[in-house]
Design a protein around this ligand. Structure first.
Ligand code: ADP
Ligand code: ZN
Length: 823
């Protein structure tokens, strides 16, 4: 009898699932979730078995070739998640499956090109020596047969494949499909950590080796690790105990310690020696009444095995949310299950990570972008075996193959880094909720400033898609939030102050530095591009059709454009609101802020923290370390400042222009600005020195600014929700964003118009979905590509795209379901 299976092949461009038969040699060895190699067209590819089937849907089924890994690479729950996610995000199943496979293991098929000597000889003279063809031939002659991806690295922006294909046709080159060799995995040990509680060591500590000296070395090593608690570089262990790698490996064999192939994580403050963090142990913390009640609800949910609605744990920084995550984690581990903790960006949230490491020694695995492929693969394998109880990491940590997950936490659930803004597009917080539902696990979303949609889900949506809101309204150590002084920049102009800084902010800066304290200056990175406003009255020019702020474009002539509906006009010479003549665009970068500080306060030592200064590995740490060690007085930075660390010397936060980012042609702009302002404002005055925030604005009456200045989360929510209702944006509708990119502006435009026409035709029959666009995207050109977009809006706009005939036309489009930005 033949066995048939359905396989998702690892070619992101291919959507769908294909039938294969299992050869006898693999009977009993392959099962659901296994990674296998199979023929696909003329190629050989990898694929994951999704299910067994009785009857193939095609007459000619091909056989699986071999098994890549003896253990499954995906659990049944992960397979269900992949299917649900592909459906929800309108992505190909293969592209979603690739999220689950560790880079070292998953491989994509490639083509190997080789020379056909005998044919080359008499044809070569026909090739022009400068041509692409001759370069290809020469490369292969020099280096031997080459894979497509190797050739890619030699030809940028040239379609060498077309040329190579024609060389193959002429018989000069041979080509065949291959899977590239598995990439090398680094194998080195860097850190060690205790794997058991000190009490358990007691029993073992005097039986660690045969000879006296071995015993002493190993005992000293353990005693040292008891002291440091966290994972520590092994060279410190050697230095302290005289032990060596063999000793530590033996201790690991015995299950007493864990060795990591990674320099797990370093707290930038640790290296400065200014502040050594000691975390309260569990028995030193008595939960507050609010925490107790939140914990009670969560533990109750953990103890019943069924699907629950997710919890939205809302509380300001310092209200004890992380302590709740720790308690819930403990509860789940006690029941023999595992936990996933998602954080926005691990490099910026070291304290959370450290608290988990010290509360659950040896049981925590980290997933972050700075891991090498080998390290990542190892964590993945340990997770798969259930050796790790807790995985902490950014959005991709959600796809760790833990066998029996009981809890998924998304900390700072409003953070936009949870959204993967490249294909396959997905939102890790939404995916976490889907996954928890499939698993019957508990899901906790935590934030001081949940998104409007998240809060709406908790307050207004009942049943399946709802959530339960738990509140922690008070800080554990009631220091109050710092006062925010709003400065109206229009008054500064009237007083002749035309620079970046108000008189008040300058005075505060000077006195802060004079006291030997530090200041942070915050600039909103987004939207420094160009909105247009009147500097006399603050009036922002908006589209008459849709209230979207107009943006300035200076290509041939100056024009103002609505990126929403395409409305266009020239730049007015006078303000339509007050008649003032100072109509300007706004744009400002951190270099300019730094230059101005240097010219006004030459003695101030400045440091910039933005995307440009943090391209290098570890640069976040270096900048923070530098600043924390007080080697600079003023830190000028963008969004990153909103996260990061408690810096006790910082007593002044200056928000250079709070309005930036507010007038972007994007329904989510207000919410993003509110979140970032609220968080940046919370940076000041974390210590007993106190602190204040100076917020500069041209639009002090704006509700977003007013709410942020009062730390008024509820007020902002009510206001913003009303705006969304009025304008028909989420959560009162759903959006799909379709984007087309092309190097040629006219092609991009034509393609967008073609699809819009097509969609328009489809919408005639279903009036519940509306079409917005096509228009150029706000960031109209990225990396040499022109961007055009179309927005669909309605109760279920994605259903329009499921039309059979559209599939081919959408192949080259980027399709985002529930996008978090329309820029
Ligand atoms: P959040 O995650 O909301 O920022 P944390 O859980 O980090 O809050 O709590 C802030 C600080 O207060 C931490 O140092 C934590 O150890 C401490 N903490 C939390 N809960 C309590 C408590 N009930 N009693 C004493 N300290 C607490
Ligand atoms: Zn408009």
């Amino acid at each position: 009898m033949t066995t048939f299976v359905q396989i998702v092949v690892n070619l992101p461009a291919v959507s769908g699932i294909f039938d294969y038969s299992v050869p006898e040699s693999l009977f009993g060895k392959v099962g659901i979730g296994h990674l296998v190699i199979a023929p696909f067209g003329k190629q050989t590819v990898q694929g994951v078995i999704f299910r067994f089937i009785d009857q193939p849907s095609v007459p000619e089924v091909r056989e699986i070739i071999e098994l890549v890994d003896d253990l499954p690479v995906m659990t049944q729950a992960q397979i269900s998640l992949a299917e649900a996610l592909a459906e929800a995000t309108f992505s190909s199943l293969a592209s979603i499956v690739s999220l689950f496979l560790p880079a070292g293991l998953s491989q994509e098929a490639d083509t190997l090109f080789a020379i056909r000597e005998q044919n080359l000889e008499h044809q070569k003279p026909g090739i022009e020596s400068s041509s692409i063809a001759s370069r290809i031939v020469q490369l292969i002659q020099e280096r031997g047969p080459l894979r497509g991806r190797q050739l890619d690295s030699h030809f940028s922006k040239v379609d060498w494949r077309k040329v190579a294909t024609s060389l193959v046709r002429k018989g000069m080159l041979a080509s065949r499909s291959v899977l590239p060799p598995a990439r090398v995995r680094s194998k080195y040990i860097k850190t060690a950590q205790l794997a058991v509680p000190p009490e358990i060591l007691e029993a073992e500590i005097d039986h660690l080796g045969k000879t006296e000296s071995t015993q002493t070395r190993r005992k000293k090593a353990l005693q040292f690790l008891v002291q440091v608690k966290d994972a520590i570089n092994v060279s410190w262990v050697y230095a302290e105990s005289g032990s060596n790698l063999a000793d530590l490996q033996e201790l690991e064999e015995r299950g007493l310690i864990r060795l990591f192939e990674t320099e797990i994580f370093r707290d930038p403050l640790e290296r400065t020696g200014t502040q050594v963090e000691t975390f309260l142990r569990k028995d030193e913390i008595e939960l507050t009444a609010e925490q107790t009640s939140a914990r009670g609800e969560i533990v109750q949910a953990i103890s019943v095995y069924e699907s629950h609605e997710p919890f939205l744990l809302q509380g300001v920084t310092g209200s004890g949310k992380t302590e709740i995550y720790l308690r819930a984690t403990e509860e789940v581990i006690r029941r023999g299950k595992q936990v996933i903790i998602l954080v926005p960006e691990i490099a910026l949230t070291p304290q959370t990570v450290h608290r988990f490491l010290s509360r659950f020694p040896g049981q925590v695995g980290l997933v972050h972008s700075k891991l090498s492929e080998g390290e990542r693969y190892d964590t993945w394998r340990r997770a798969r075996l259930g050796l790790l109880k807790v995985i902490i990491g950014a959005r991709s940590a959600l796809f760790s193959p833990l066998p029996n997950i009981g809890l998924i936490v998304a900390d700072e659930c409003h953070d936009s880094s949870y959204y993967q803004a490249d294909p396959p597009f997905y939102h890790a917080v939404n995916a976490a909720q889907i996954y928890a539902r499939l698993l019957g696990a508990v899901c906790i979303l935590g934030s001081a400033t949940p998104t409007v949609a998240q809060r709406y889900q908790a307050e207004n949506v009942a049943g399946e898609r709802g959530a339960k809101r738990l509140e922690l309204p008070h800080r554990i150590f009631e220091s109050g939030l710092p006062p925010v002084q709003v400065v109206d920049m229009r008054d500064e102009l009237k007083a002749g102050q035309r620079g970046i800084f108000s008189r008040f902010l300058l005075k505060e800066l000077e006195s802060t530095l004079a006291r030997g304290e530090q200041a942070i200056l915050f600039l909103n990175r987004r939207g420094t591009a160009t909105y247009i406003f009147c500097r006399d009255c603050g009036h922002v020019l908006r589209c008459p059709n849709c209230e979207t702020p107009l943006t300035l474009h200076i290509e041939e002539k100056e024009r103002l454009l609505c990126h929403h509906c395409g409305y266009e006009r020239g730049k007015p010479s006078a303000c339509p609101s007050c008649g003032g003549r100072h109509i300007r665009e706004y744009g400002l970068g951190s270099e300019r802020v730094e230059a101005e500080i240097k010219s006004i306060l030459p003695q101030a030592r400045t440091l910039r923290w933005d995307w440009e200064t943090t391209r290098e590995k570890h640069s976040h740490e270096m900048i923070l370390t530098h600043f924390a060690a007080h080697r600079a007085d003023v830190l000028i930075g963008t969004q990153m400042l909103a996260k990061g660390l408690d810096l006790p010397l910082v007593t002044l936060v200056g928000i250079v222009l709070a309005d930036v980012g507010l007038y972007l042609p994007d329904p989510f702009a207000g919410e993003r600005v509110f979140q970032v302002l609220t968080q940046v404002a919370g940076r000041a005055g974390r210590s007993e020195r106190g602190g204040k925030v100076v917020l500069q604005t041209f639009d002090p009456g704006n509700q977003v600014i007013r709410s942020a200045a009062l730390h008024d989360v509820n007020g902002f929510y009510r206001y913003e929700l009303e705006q969304r209702r009025r304008l028909g944006y989420p959560p009162f509708s759903r959006l799909v964003r379709l984007e087309f990119r092309h190097q040629n502006a006219a092609t991009a435009r034509a393609e967008a118009q073609k699809l819009a026409g097509r969609l328009g035709g489809l919408l005639v029959s279903g009036p519940s979905t509306s079409l917005i666009g096509p228009v150029p995207s706000f960031f109209a050109k990225i990396g040499g590509y022109y961007r055009w977009q179309i927005i669909l809006r309605g109760p279920t706009p994605v259903s329009v795209l499921r039309e059979e005939a559209l599939v081919r036309q959408l192949v080259d489009w980027r399709v985002e379901v529930d996008p978090i930005s329309l820029l």
